[in-house]
Write a protein that binds this ligand. Structure first.
Ligand code: SF4
Length: 290
């Protein structure tokens, strides 16, 4: 059954308090003062209060305008700004000021650049590690058109975790992703895992997928060597975006978590408010313990 976004009431488990607090303000001011972008704000993430109060955020490099136009995404799709070559240093200093032990970075897609931004990614990772030698890093990257020579720039900079989201099940992928494909994303993840780096991916629920399709997607991710997966509720950014079909119940998220663990994932973060970077620090600690 097709439901309109505005006909589905927000269930109680999706309600979060307004973000505020001393630490929240400190993180917000620091990000503003250092002219940085975060997917927490650009993606209108419901966990901003929790994460920023815990002193963590997911930084977004290469600007805040994306060259792709995925139908589920809140980030603005338009002509991107020129590269800001001082951004890696500012980001490295911000991570030092926040005393982050684990930093999570993502970027917009930059199909306008001949290398898709891969070299800038490598410079950013190295700059962060130079200023913060003990920091661990998770980088959530675009598919670089599936070109392994571009992926290798990021891999050779040796972040601890490289994440690339498949976003949804295979059947729905062409309807909501503008350029990336399900199979190409699996190949990207396979290449990352083959290079000895923790491969992570994420999927959103509530866009019309079936339970069997979600289990198949988890199986596909596991079969290419992905060891960490996040599963969360899709929230439509606006009326023109992919339609919300349902709010998936907490018990269904619990079911997928158990199924993922039984498939052999080292870590499954599954819940209505989960986003790719949610509790990322805990993933790396769990992996270290494992
Ligand atoms: S879940 Fe990720 S994107 Fe959302 S507020 Fe936390 S760090 Fe930011």
């Amino acid at each position: 059954m097709s439901l309109k976004n505005d006909t589905i009431r927000l269930p109680r488990w999706m309600k979060v308090p307004m973000p505020k607090g001393e630490n929240y303000s400190k993180v917000r001011n620091l990000i503003h003062d250092h002219q940085l972008n975060t997917i927490c704000t650009s993606g209108n993430c419901p966990n901003k209060g929790e994460c920023w109060n815990a002193g963590t955020a997911t930084f977004m490099i290469l600007g805040e305008k994306c060259t792709r136009n995925c139908r589920f995404c809140y980030v603005e799709a338009t002509k991107p700004d020129p590269i800001d070559w001082n951004e890696p240093e500012r980001l490295a200093q911000t991570i030092a000021t926040l005393k982050l032990k684990h930093a999570v970075i993502t970027s917009v897609a930059r199909d306008d650049l001949h290398d898709g931004g891969a070299r800038f990614w490598a410079i950013t990772i190295k700059s962060i590690k130079k200023v913060n030698p003990t920091v661990t890093m998770e980088v959530l990257i675009p598919d670089f058109d599936g070109k392994t020579e571009l992926l290798d720039y990021v891999i050779k900079a040796r972040p601890e975790v490289i994440s690339h989201n498949i976003e949804t099940v295979e059947r729905i992928s062409p309807k909501i992703r503008s350029k990336a494909t399900y199979q190409r994303s699996l190949q990207v993840l396979k290449h990352i895992a083959s290079q000895g780096i923790v491969a992570k991916s994420g999927i959103m629920l509530g866009v019309g997928e079936t339970r069997d399709e979600v289990l198949q997607a988890l199986h596909d991710l596991r079969s290419v060597g992905v060891s960490v997966v996040t599963i969360g509720q899709y929230l439509p950014p606006g009326e023109l975006h992919t339609r919300l079909m349902e709010y998936v119940k907490p018990e269904d998220f619990a079911f997928y978590k158990q199924a993922g663990l039984e498939m052999g994932f080292a870590y499954v973060e599954s819940g209505p408010l989960v986003r790719s970077s949610y509790h990322a620090e805990q993933h790396i600690h769990a992996l270290k313990r494992g």
